[in-house]
Design a protein around this ligand. Structure first.
Ligand code: ARG
Length: 565
């Protein structure tokens, strides 16, 4: 068990009911090595905090663990207990990290807990755009983190593959192309063009609206031709999406689209009416009243169901099948209000408590000029084109940096670096804000970027490759910065927990950035391979444990590492 875990354990053991503690690295040397912040949710007890802190301090001092590992404990009002640890105890950490390797920070304690994550979820017959990329990256990392902590996780790609817009697309096809077989060769971006063209024409020809509605009705009722067209739209889109997921290394446990719930929609409406949770308006539309909130529409006046009806059916399915502790929706800020309504409605219908439904929201993607990212013609930016472009740019950079790489090695590296850059740019920024898409910054080798982290990893590996590791004794690590690295490594498990607390994945990204900086500082100042044998082996072990944490952290962020670049 690592020292942070032990400290936490020993504090928890001595903590009165209703209190909790979290342990972190101390922010300044005079605050010791680690600090615990102690809190109570009860405002009356908090008044008594100083006594509680002192009592904990006394109790801990009686423990065997104290004598072995701790030099001194200081209570700092109003909430802190600072721990000054014996350096030997800190140094022992690298033994643990090396022993546990890839499992450092992993746990299987949460096996019985299930989390569903709804992410990516692009729309059929429209290209995937940068917003979906954000959802894809963030969702996949949350998935990885929960998995790492032993949860049962279900990743579900809730494709937008149903709804009245398909009436328009189908009507558009029938109008602009001659037969459905032609469709097979149509790209997703051409599908969008047809939809846009049809939408434009509707403005001057309102009867086209009716045509579209009629086509959707036919689709719903199982009309052969329309089903065939819809299937081609779906399959072609999915093929394109899968190509993107492949390059990005994204996986789902389920790809259940809105259309999968088609047969449930009738029940959804009838049940809501029958249980009196929904009412039918005079115009025929059906809504769920949400008290002070705007009511939730589940059927339009023309009888068509909506996105929300399908989301309700989806919740019912997920709850019945998986009994999740939480369902997480990784969707942009734009749908915040909609999701509040959805969560409340699901609770009113008795499907699940609203507080088990969680919206992990995120901002827009902006270009270098801080405008919403768009093509020159003002259209949304196609995700696949963006991915190809960043890989090409990475390829150019590596060509210049390391001309000795074979073409195969370079291509491989360009893919890892380009995609890493794309993901890291997203994940290292606060997800609540809009993020800026700055190609140069993303691909820079010396800022807070994936190439910088990957390069640090490559350098660690190359040092390791140049010498055989031998038996090491941590006590030979005598430099302040060596101790600092070990302390940073020791909180990796805590960082993971903290990143998951409110899904602030930038906590993990920025932790890795800081760690890389410290490690770079270390080996620039202190020789490893040229050091005296005992020191060399200890430093090699230190480098190895840093490489383990760096790789693990990057992998959790969905970023592959490489050995050469
Ligand atoms: N397809 C939707 C969109 O692109 C996102 C779906 C998100 N998931 C959900 N269960 N509503 O806006």
């Amino acid at each position: 068990m690592d020292i942070v875990e032990k400290l936490k354990g020993i504090i928890d053991k001595n903590l009165p009911d209703g209190w909790d503690a979290s342990v972190d690295l101390s922010i300044r040397p005079e605050f010791g090595d680690y600090s615990a912040i102690i809190n109570s949710t009860d405002s009356e007890s908090v008044k008594n905090r100083f006594n509680v802190l002192n009592k904990i301090k006394e109790d801990i001092a009686k423990e065997k663990f104290y004598k072995e590992n701790i030099k001194e404990i200081k209570v700092i009002p109003p909430a802190y207990i600072n721990f000054f640890i014996k350096p030997e105890a800190i140094k022992e950490q690298i033994k643990i990290i090396i022993e546990e390797g890839d499992n450092f920070g992993k746990t299987d304690e949460n096996k019985k807990r299930t989390i569903i994550i709804d992410y990516s979820s692009p729309n059929v017959a429209k290209p995937m755009h940068v917003g979906h990329l954000r959802s894809t990256f963030i969702g996949q990392v949350i998935y990885n983190l929960y998995k790492f902590l032993g949860y049962k996780v279900v990743g579900d790609n809730h494709l937008g593959d149903w709804g009245t817009q398909f009436g328009m697309i189908i009507a558009g096809y029938k109008k602009y192309t001659n037969n459905a077989s032609e469709l097979k060769n149509v790209t997703v971006s051409e599908m969008l063009d047809i939809y846009v063209r049809f939408n434009k024409e509707i403005e001057n020809a309102p009867d086209m609206q009716e045509t579209a509605k009629a086509e959707f009705k036919k689709l719903e009722q199982g009309d052969k031709e329309n089903r065939k067209i819809w299937k081609i739209l779906r399959e072609t889109s999915l093929k394109e999406f899968n190509r993107i997921y492949d390059i990005l290394g994204i996986k789902f446990d389920l790809i259940k689209g809105e259309s999968d719930y088609e047969k449930e929609l009738k029940y959804e409406i009838e049940n809501a009416l029958k249980t009196k949770k929904a009412i039918r308006n005079e115009d025929g539309s059906i809504i769920i009243s949400l008290g002070e909130m705007t009511p939730f529409l589940i059927q339009k006046s023309d009888g068509a169901t909506v996105y929300g009806t399908r989301d309700l059916a989806t919740i019912r399915f997920r709850v019945e099948k998986y009994h999740p502790e939480k369902i997480i929706y990784v969707i942009g800020n734009g749908q915040s209000f909609y999701l509040e309504q959805l969560f409340k409605s699901a609770e009113i219908l008795g499907y699940i408590d609203a507080d088990k439904l969680y919206h992990v929201k995120f901002g827009l993607v902006l270009d270098e000029n801080h405008k919403k990212m768009a093509t020159r013609e003002g259209k949304v930016v196609n995700a696949e084109e963006l991915i190809n472009k960043i890989i090409d740019l990475a390829d150019e950079i590596i060509k210049n940096k390391n001309p000795k790489l074979s073409e195969k090695e370079r291509k491989e590296a360009a893919k890892i670096i380009g995609i890493g850059a794309l993901k890291y740019n997203d994940l290292s920024q606060n997800r609540h804000t809009d993020i800026v898409f700055d190609w140069n910054k993303m691909l820079s080798f010396d800022g807070n970027s994936a190439p910088y982290l990957l390069y640090t990893y490559v350098r660690l590996k190359s040092i390791m490759k140049k010498s055989k590791a031998g038996n090491f004794e941590p006590s030979f690590l005598k430099e302040e910065i060596e101790l600092e690295i070990i302390k940073q490594l020791s909180i990796f498990p805590k960082i993971i927990e903290r990143a998951l607390e409110d899904y602030q994945l930038n906590i993990l990204a920025n932790y890795l950035f800081k760690l890389a900086g410290t490690v770079n500082n270390f080996y620039e100042k202190h020789p490893v391979l040229k050091a005296e044998k005992d020191i060399k082996f200890a430093r090699l072990a230190l480098i190895k444990s840093a490489s383990i944490v760096l790789r693990n952290g990057l992998n959790l962020l969905g970023i592959e590492t490489l050995e050469k670049m």
